[in-house]
Design a protein around this ligand. Structure first.
Ligand code: ADP
Length: 615
């Protein structure tokens, strides 16, 4: 049975088109806010409610003021003073309400700023946390990489936006409800007109939001190319070539061309969106002035008081802006939801969960076995490895030889379980690699790839990276540095092991290719518990003599371990106990140097070619 089981992809609902789709992710965004900060969430909810109710209360008091003033003007002299002070009290009350409204709005924007920081950090951390659980295959898949870029680019600001719009919707909803309660005393029709007049503009908004999102999806590869060009033009490790080959203007032009193409599409959409928005918005204005006339006529006919007329007009005007705020919030929420769907799409990417639990194999002295191993990269048509059979015992060394693209690195990726064989199996200590516990397996293997990472950190940390548990352990750095022959480099640097490497940060020192490789080699020696050490051409930048010395040294230090080496230098390769010649993913020849020379095949041919070069 295969212990690696794919977790069932969660049945993420397709974002429903239409109105309900607007709320598909609101609940999750609210949850996100709630779990990020409860006090802020509660404050937001309370302030939203208050900010929703105050405007109607202000309009209501405003009407009372007008009526009180008119009553005072028309009152008998005896009642005059009492009515005047009543009107003034109402004015003070309205002033207080306005101040309270301003306070609530300030509070809302304060909470929003605080939440923005927390939520942005939280979502970014979620994205990175997920990235840690992904397989190498995910990162090598361009479609998936698109998803990751999209999620990172927008989604950290979108959840807050969605939440704020949801709250804004609630706030305007409360306002509208309170306006409607007052306005319905004038006429139910007025309420209906209020709501219907905003509808066309909303439908247009929703339609264009969808179009904007589709645009965003389509152009993801182009945006990624733009980011890549930016990196090429603005990063120290690329500058050398870009300058010398004069590639700068060409890449910059490509960068501009992409912008212009995207801009044209954006502009067309924005122009259409705003044109429609304007004309449909006119319907709302017409409705407002129709209602204005109607309310004015009612006041002239003395069906309502002057105070009521002021109030209804204010209610209608503010109601209309609440309706349009609601509608545009809904349009924006639609957009936020679409963007959030990409975030959750990414976060819910099914990862293969490794159920392996073995920490020790049944035959500890059996070493590594490849049994009829075949491998095809996901999406590739032809296999990269075919029927590979190997056996390396503890204490043995093996060299992999073959042309570029013959599958050497792929074989190492399978051995380190970065990928799983598609055919056959790999055994470590007599136990299928798939059944090994992830950590136990990784602890056993130390690998330095040819494209090892040059961390822009301290030199010591660059070595310490080989063993997280001793990442900052200076004594261990020294020990590994000595084994990796990096001591001379360390001594030449001002702060020794505490010298920052790379040019990204202040005071950083850049090393030569060969020096970096010695640092990387020392990194391999940090893994003192690892009994399988793999060097995938990390010594290519050194001269042949240095490489041979290093390998000899490496062998001496790894006597009882398994050492696997990839190299194009036969002076090094010949020292290995067994040599495997890969051709197009198959083992073409296999044996010791002497055996292969005797065989007089491909290896012997390549060996004498290189030897000739040295003569
Ligand atoms: P070598 O290390 O011998 O130079 P590799 O193992 O890197 O060769 O590559 C072997 C073959 O697999 C090449 O043809 C290469 O194009 C292909 N290959 C390598 N990596 C990938 C990948 N991530 N996805 C698809 N094909 C790949």
């Amino acid at each position: 049975m295969n212990p690696r089981r794919a977790r069932q992809p969660s049945d993420k609902p397709e974002l429903a088109r239409g109105f309900l789709g607007v709320f598909a992710y609101s609940r999750r965004a609210l949850e996100l806010v709630w779990t990020t900060s409860r006090p802020l969430s509660i404050a937001l909810a309370v302030l939203t409610l208050l900010a929703g109710i105050f405007p109607a209360a202000i309009a209501y008091v405003g009407a009372l003021i007008v009526d009180a003033v008119i009553a005072a003007i028309q009152a008998a002299p005896a009642d005059h003073d009492a009515l005047t002070s009543h009107a003034l009290t109402l004015v003070v009350a309205e002033g207080l309400l306005v101040a309270a409204l301003a306070g609530a709005q300030r509070g809302l924007s304060l909470c929003q700023s605080l939440l923005r920081a927390q939520l942005g950090q939280r979502v970014n951390a979620m994205i990175l946390e997920k990235a840690l659980t992904l397989d190498l295959a995910h990162f090598e898949n361009s479609e998936f990489y698109d998803k990751l870029t999209r999620a990172r680019r927008e989604a950290s600001s979108r959840p807050l936006s969605l939440v704020m719009r949801t709250f804004g919707l609630a706030q305007n909803g409360v306002s509208l409800l309170s306006y409607a309660t007052l306005l319905i005393q004038f006429s139910g029709w007025a309420v209906l007109v209020l709501v219907l007049a905003g509808l066309p503009a909303f439908l247009a908004e929703a339609k264009f939001s969808g179009a904007a999102f589709r645009l965003f999806l389509w152009r993801s590869p182009e945006t990624r190319m733009q980011l890549y060009l930016e990196t090429l033009l603005a990063r120290e490790d690329h500058v050398k070539e870009i300058k010398l080959f004069g590639l700068g203007p060409l890449f910059l032009q490509r960068y501009r061309d992409i912008f212009h193409k995207l801009y044209r599409e954006d502009r067309d959409l924005t122009v259409r969106r705003d044109t429609w928005g304007f004309f449909l918005g006119l319907i709302g204005t017409a409705a407002l002035y129709g209602a204005y006339a109607w309310i004015a006529l009612s006041a002239i006919a003395r069906a309502i008081t002057l105070g009521q007329m002021t109030m209804y007009l204010m209610l209608f005007r503010q109601g209309q802006s609440a309706v349009s705020a609601i509608l545009s919030a809904v349009g924006g929420m639609y957009e936020d939801n679409l963007y959030l769907s990409t975030l959750y799409d990414y976060l819910e990417t099914p990862v293969e969960e490794n159920a392996g639990t073995t920490v020790r194999g049944p035959q500890p002295d059996d070493g590594i076995r490849f049994e009829h191993v075949g491998f095809t990269y996901p999406g590739a048509e032809t296999p990269t490895l075919v029927d590979v059979n190997l056996h390396i015992r503890p204490g043995q060394s093996m060299a992999l030889v073959g042309e570029n693209g013959s599958g050497k690195t792929t074989l190492i990726k399978l051995l380190t379980r970065l990928y799983q064989p598609t055919v056959g199996r790999i055994l470590l200590d007599g136990q299928d690699l798939r059944e090994w516990d992830e950590t136990a397996l990784r602890d056993r293997i130390g690998v330095i790839f040819q494209d090892f990472t040059r961390y822009q950190l301290l030199l010591g940390e660059n070595i310490g990276a080989g063993d997280v548990q001793h990442f900052s352990d200076e004594a261990r750095w020294r020990e590994a540095g000595e084994k990796g022959m990096a001591t001379a480099i360390v001594e030449s640097l001002p702060a020794g092991y505490r010298t920052p490497l790379g040019k990204w940060f202040n005071e950083g020192r850049e090393l030569s290719g060969g020096q970096w490789q010695k640092v990387a080699l020392s990194r391999a020696f940090m893994r003192s518990r690892a009994d399988i050490l793999v060097l995938d051409e990390p010594t290519a930048a050194m001269d042949a003599a240095a490489e041979a010395t290093i390998f000899e040294h490496f062998r001496a230090l790894t006597r009882d371990r398994i050492a696997i080496l990839i190299s194009h230098r036969f002076s090094t390769v010949r020292m290995a106990d067994q040599i495997v010649v890969l051709q197009d993913g198959r083992i073409a020849e296999h044996g010791s140097h002497d055996e292969l020379m005797q065989l007089n095949g491909h290896y012997a041919h390549l060996f004498s070619l290189q030897a000739k070069g040295y003569r």
